[in-house]
Design a binder for this molecule. Structure first.
Ligand SMILES: Nc1ncnc2c1ncn2[C@@H]1O[C@H](COP(=O)(O)OS(=O)(=O)O)[C@@H](OP(=O)(O)O)[C@H]1O
Ligand SMILES: Nc1ncnc2c1ncn2[C@@H]1O[C@H](COP(=O)(O)OP(=O)(O)O)[C@@H](O)[C@H]1O
Length: 205
């Protein structure tokens, strides 16, 4: 693919603002970024939190690793470069959703600190909330769960560059919240996330 830079392109401001949309929805759009090993519980927590927020009448939308990779990012693999591009695109998509007033729950392994920090900076530059939620389980626990049988395949050498096996996972150094899903119930994880969102004024009432 030839890289082309967007030149002579300008952001076009409308007359309805993000603040107007947030007011209409009674919430503040924000990105909740779940990161962690495959099998740590990112999708499980995001699904449960989505259900809880929806039941409260919040507009919430999940972006999930497997789903996004079946669609917009289907041309990307798992090299460090492709993972960076995967996360960059998802970061941009999340930002558009936040601008629309939506609470985004994103679940991606996102193993590289620099890639996650780039998404954080993108949000901060746009004066948008970015909450990094580290779903922190020991590799042995994720491997024991192995919900998709991928660790088994990676151990057998049938999948290369598998995070935690023959590819790195760089743990967050200052996440907004840590969820040790091997020591915490799913209900407690959801409660902890809801409390944090309230604290941050993402759920103003
Ligand atoms: N090599 C390798 N490493 C890690 N994960 C792999 C790999 N190959 C396939 N899978 C499956 O793809 C899901 C991870 O996709 P992500 O888009 O979240 O990855 S990344 O953020 O770009 O690193 C991941 O999903 P989750 O298990 O839900 O995390 C796996 O099911
Ligand atoms: N407290 C918990 N929180 C989240 N997942 C849990 C918890 N306890 C057990 N699990 C299980 O761990 C697995 C996590 O899988 P998944 O959510 O697909 O992880 P990921 O999205 O990080 O790959 C699921 O089978 C889930 O039922």
């Amino acid at each position: 693919m030839t890289e082309q830079k967007a030149t002579n392109v300008f952001w076009h401001e409308g007359e309805v603002t993000r603040a107007d949309r947030n007011k209409l929805l009674g919430q503040k759009g924000a990105t909740i970024w779940f990161t962690g090993l495959s099998g740590s519980g990112k999708s499980t927590v995001a699904v449960a939190l989505e259900k809880a927020l929806h039941a409260q009448g919040r507009l919430v939308y999940r972006l999930d690793g497997d789903n996004v990779r079946l669609g917009i990012n289907k041309n990307l693999g798992f090299s460090a470069e492709d993972r960076a591009e995967n996360i960059r695109r998802i970061g941009e998509i999340a930002k558009l959703f936040v601008d629309a007033g939506v609470i985004v729950l994103s679940s991606f392994v996102s193993p590289y600190r620099a890639d996650r920090d780039t998404v954080r900076e993108l949000h901060v530059a746009g004066e948008m909330d970015f909450i990094e939620a580290y779903v922190d389980v020991p590799l042995a626990e994720a491997e024991k769960r192995d919900p998709k049988g991928l660790y088994k395949k990676a151990r057998a050498g049938q999948i290369k560059n598998f995070t935690g096996i023959d590819d790195p996972y760089e743990a967050p150094t200052a996440p907004e919240i840590v969820l040790p899903s091997h020591e915490m119930s799913l209900e407690d994880e959801v409660e902890a996330m809801l409390a944090l969102l309230k604290d941050r004024d993402i759920l103003p009432f």
